[in-house]
Design a binder for this molecule. Structure first.
Ligand SMILES: Cc1cc2nc3c(=O)[nH]c(=O)nc-3n(C[C@H](O)[C@H](O)[C@H](O)COP(=O)(O)OP(=O)(O)OC[C@H]3O[C@@H](n4cnc5c(N)ncnc54)[C@H](O)[C@@H]3O)c2cc1C
Length: 564
């Protein structure tokens, strides 16, 4: 049976950064991923990564922008760590080979991004995530003697020891269907977000909330789950992302009257206000009949105001996306976009070292909620979050491993249980619904009721539907009864994870009776610091979610009205 000091579930940026940090600290490390590491969703990240590296910038300014962007729900101790450690992290990436874009003077170039008071986003054209992920993977290969790689292994549950500590995982080899127990002194969840709970979403098919549900089922609390980011510029229909880099380069948003409507809600920052503000402004234009397109459900993003040479150089990926998925040459005509689900600010509650309340269990990256994003994430702060808290989790887990022996845990019962669960899914008769039908209904429901604008009636309706889908999922059937690359059976497990995440999201959204960040309640349209300047924590109690609260950490920035 494999045994490791530090076992990392997820090989996106958070997981790979954690693995490198733990390996460099001398631990015996393993990294597991349900897809090949460079297919992890971090590869899709486009616009860049924030750090106060310019001479006239200061990490305090980055931190204040992040606190303000979070609508004062972010924990300021964690934000201070992220922003103060950002410059060294980005320079480290540069030194290990990330080819960041340079300006005419040969310095690292920085682009403007939403909610930032100055240009501080380092980038590699609009393929920043791909550049980062490939360079980190090269580094990981250098450590092949101390880092075991379980590529295309799917984690089905966490192993919990007699004292309630995390002592490893149960996983399935996707290639053969073989199930195995892995014992570990520490497990770091780096499984990414849960965007597939929504339809459409900018997130890939593999982003199904696995890590959030695994931790939740093992007893770890979730935090800020109601805070779901709608990105202002996603293609109408497909939901594919058009990076904020486009607005950073100067693109305009226009309604059907040709008006730059952002002047109404953000006269100073205009298109570069924070994402929650811009998405709401777009939705208002659409809801009030000033949308564009045949059914007026879109808004124009006009990139033609950016010099064509610059667009072709710095935004080449979205030039291709526009052409291939909307039939539009964005250098010559506006493209139709609308707000679309993009990111979850919530996740597994952690401290500033990535530790959850379960001993030996860590979380980092989009799966986690150390609460650096609070109610709304600033663009280009997520890549930073993955790297800073991935590294810190790896370092802390390696240090913890050095002080303890390998857990003595009985793995057989958990292994048998997971094998039996998978066998039962494979052998279900065709009486119920298909997995894909249930997943579609879940996504459409979330996009209808838990979107840019929410109210009690819609959220209650969503909860009722989710609870029915939860029941239907227990009988849903699949076609593939084999063992080799049986994606059908993994899809059934992922559906269960997504339903858990969606339920926690809606319960938290019902609970928060105010409007803050990405949560805008039309029935409670004001921010209410007296009653709601606190985190909502969701824990699994029996079969359902239970709500509790925790305080927001405020260090230097008192809540104030947010204006852009
Ligand atoms: C289109 C797009 C563009 C973006 N652009 C930017 C940007 O420019 N700047 C920015 O800051 N942020 C951006 N973001 C957000 C950012 O990319 C993500 O939040 C971040 O990359 C998440 O990284 P991660 O390491 O947490 O997870 P991921 O990269 O999603 O990796 C998750 C890993 O977990 C593994 N995994 C999941 N479940 C299991 C399981 N059950 N068993 C085994 N392995 C499992 C997966 O295989 C994968 O390896 C963008 C997001 C999208 C969708």
């Amino acid at each position: 049976m494999p045994e490791h000091d530090v076992l990392i579930i997820g090989a996106g940026l958070a997981g790979q950064r954690a693995a490198l940090a733990a390996a460099e600290a001398g631990a015996n490390v393993a990294i597991m991923s349900k897809v090949h590491p460079v297919r992890s969703h971090s590869v899709a990240a486009a616009g860049g990564i924030n750090a106060a590296i310019s001479l006239d910038d200061d990490w305090h300014s980055h931190a204040y922008d992040t606190v303000k962007g979070s609508d004062f729900l972010g924990d300021q101790d964690a934000i201070e760590i992220m922003c103060s450690e950002a410059p060294a992290e980005v320079m480290h990436l540069e030194h290990i080979g990330v080819p960041f874009h340079r300006n005419d003077r040969g310095e690292m170039d920085l682009r403007a991004f939403g909610g930032a008071s100055m240009k501080r986003t380092a980038y590699v054209a609009d393929i920043t995530g791909q550049a980062l992920l490939h360079v980190l993977y090269e580094q990981l290969l250098k450590h092949h003697e101390t880092v075991a790689r379980y590529e295309e292994w799917f984690t089905t549950s966490l192993l919990i020891g007699a004292e309630g500590e995390c002592a490893g995982v149960i996983a399935r080899d996707v290639r053969s269907g073989r199930m195995e127990a892995f014992v570990a002194k520490n497990v770091i969840l780096a499984c990414g977000g849960a965007g597939q709970c929504y339809k459409p979403t900018t997130n890939g098919l593999i982003v199904t909330g696995d890590g959030i549900a695994l931790a939740y089922r093992a007893g770890a609390p979730l935090m800020d789950m109601e805070m779901v980011q709608y990105h202002p510029t996603t293609l109408v229909g497909s939901g594919i992302l058009i990076t904020e880099g486009a607005r950073g380069e100067g693109a305009h948003l226009l309604n059907s009257e040709g008006e730059r409507f952002m002047s109404k809600s953000a006269p100073n920052k205009m298109e570069l206000a924070s994402r929650d503000v811009v998405s709401r402004a777009e939705q208002i234009e659409i809801d009030e009949g000033r949308g564009v397109g045949p059914d007026k459900q879109g808004i124009y993003l006009d990139v033609t105001v950016v010099p064509r040479k610059r667009t072709l150089e710095a935004l080449r990926e979205i030039v291709s996306l526009g052409r291939d998925f909307a039939g539009v040459d964005i250098t010559r005509e506006p493209i139709m976009i609308r707000p679309g689900q993009h990111y979850i600010m919530g996740g597994v509650k952690t401290d500033i070292w990535g530790r959850t309340p379960i001993a030996g269990l860590y979380a980092a990256g989009e799966v986690a909620c150390v609460s650096v994003h609070g109610g709304n994430r600033l663009g280009a702060n997520s890549l930073l979050d993955t790297l800073i808290f991935g590294r810190r989790s790896g370092e802390n887990a390696a240090a913890r491993a050095a002080s303890m022996g390998m857990p003595d845990v009985d793995t057989s019962a958990a292994l048998k249980r997971d094998i039996a669960e998978i066998d039962a899914i494979i052998s279900r008769d065709h009486g119920g619904r298909r997995i894909s039908e249930i997943k579609d209904e879940l996504g459409v429901t979330m996009n209808k009721y838990a979107a840019v604008f929410r109210d009690a009636e819609g959220l209650d309706a969503a909860l009722g539907i989710i609870q029915r889908l939860k029941e239907e999922a227990t009988k849903a059937w699949i076609d593939d009864r084999g063992t080799v690359f049986n994606q059908d059976v993994l899809g059934a497990l992922e559906l269960g994870y997504m339903i858990d995440c969606a339920e926690a999201t809606v319960v938290a959204a019902i609970e928060r009776k105010e409007s803050r960040g990405a949560q805008f309640r039309t029935d409670f349209p004001e921010r209410n610091d007296d009653d709601w300047l606190k985190h909502i924590d969701i824990s699994l109690n029996g079969a359902g979610p239970e709500v509790s609260y925790s305080p927001v950490t405020i260090t230097q920035w008192q809540p104030e009205e947010r204006k852009y």
